[in-house]
Design a protein around this ligand. Structure first.
Ligand code: C2E
Ligand code: MG
Ligand code: MG
Ligand code: MG
Length: 286
């Protein structure tokens, strides 16, 4: 690692590397530092999951955020891949889960039915103690397993490596819901879907303008006894189309972007009552 080398050596080493490789090495070292020190450069944003008919909030999805030094904000598609490559995903994923469940315990006091969705990497699922860790985290935060939904990728359904299958079964037995994220963008097997007690299919964002595909996902979900959610909804036209197709769950910038936990608390909190109170205008001076 660059950090472990002497100052002079780092420069020689860096000059021999391409800019892309240098950036990547730097990001990896910085990410390791930020994960290991629990730096607040890492945070979690939450995006509401709503009923597309009326915008009622049904749940929230936790999305990891990283404001790296010195590159600035790096998207999760990039830093999650780095974390997966260097096994940092286990600690990073655990910290996202713990942070999320801490907020969830409070949100459930305002909205007991709120679903808490957390993304899980295929790499995390290969660890034998993954399901057990999730259960321990739920118990610690006093969140019931039935409110947690873990979002897995299609590739997980085909994963025969490590403890994936055992973990999925254990999670299901514990009452934790499983959703297939970005459904339709990968290559999953219909047989595997049935085998794993999948409770939700999240239609990939690229389908949001394709009613025929959205219908196919909804039909498949119904056949599995699962629910369907449409991702990436940005326009009222898309919303109306989803409602016509019978979708009861959606997510997208049309309703809300991923936001800090405090904004979710405001959204769920007794704020509405406060707002309903009419404040009389101050008496006029004559
Ligand atoms: P995802 O799980 O499919 O999350 C939805 C992504 O779509 C998020 O991107 C969200 O910001 C974005 N999105 C939501 N509504 C809209 C919309 O209306 N239009 C558009 N264009 N985009 C929308 P984000 O936050 O950049 O996350 C990207 C991916 O990174 C996630 O996709 C997920 O696969 C992964 N990810 C994020 N956080 C974590 C995590 O804690 N663990 C793991 N393993 N993966 C994570
Ligand atoms: Mg997701
Ligand atoms: Mg998705
Ligand atoms: Mg995705």
């Amino acid at each position: 690692l660059a950090k472990a080398r002497g100052r002079g050596e780092v420069e020689v080493f860096d000059e021999s590397m391409g800019e892309v490789a240098q950036r990547r090495l730097h990001l990896e070292n910085q990410l390791r530092h930020d994960v290991e020190t629990g730096s607040d450069a890492l945070s979690v944003a939450f995006q509401p999951l709503v009923d597309p008919r009326d915008g009622r909030v049904l749940g929230v999805e936790a999305l990891a955020r990283w404001n790296s030094t010195p590159y600035g904000v790096i998207g999760p598609d990039e830093f999650i891949a780095i974390a997966e490559d260097c096994e940092l995903i286990h600690d990073l994923g655990r910290s996202v889960l713990h942070t999320t469940l801490e907020h969830a315990a409070w949100w459930h006091s305002l909205h007991p039915e709120l679903e808490i969705a957390v993304n899980v990497s295929p790499v995390q699922l290969r660890r034998p103690d993954f399901a057990q860790q999730v259960s321990a985290a739920l118990a610690r935060a006093r969140v019931v397993p039935q409110r947690l939904c873990l979002e897995i990728t299609e590739s997980v359904l085909l994963d025969t490596e490590g403890a994936t299958v055992a973990n999925l079964q254990a999670l299901d037995e514990d009452g934790i819901a499983l959703a297939v994220d970005d459904f339709g963008s990968g290559c999953s097997s219909l047989g595997q879907l049935r085998r794993f007690a999948i409770s939700k299919l999240k239609a990939d964002r690229s389908f949001v303008d394709d009613p025929a595909l959205l219908r196919a996902v909804a039909d498949l979900a119904a056949a599995l006894g699962a629910s369907a959610l449409a991702e990436g909804v940005e326009t009222p036209e898309q919303q109306q189309s989803l409602v016509r197709l019978g979708y009861r769950q959606a997510q997208g910038y049309l309703w809300a972007r991923p936001q800090p936990a405090t904004a979710i608390t405001d959204l769920l909190g007794p704020r509405r009552e406060t707002h309903a109170t009419v404040t009389p205008p101050p008496p006029r001076r004559t």
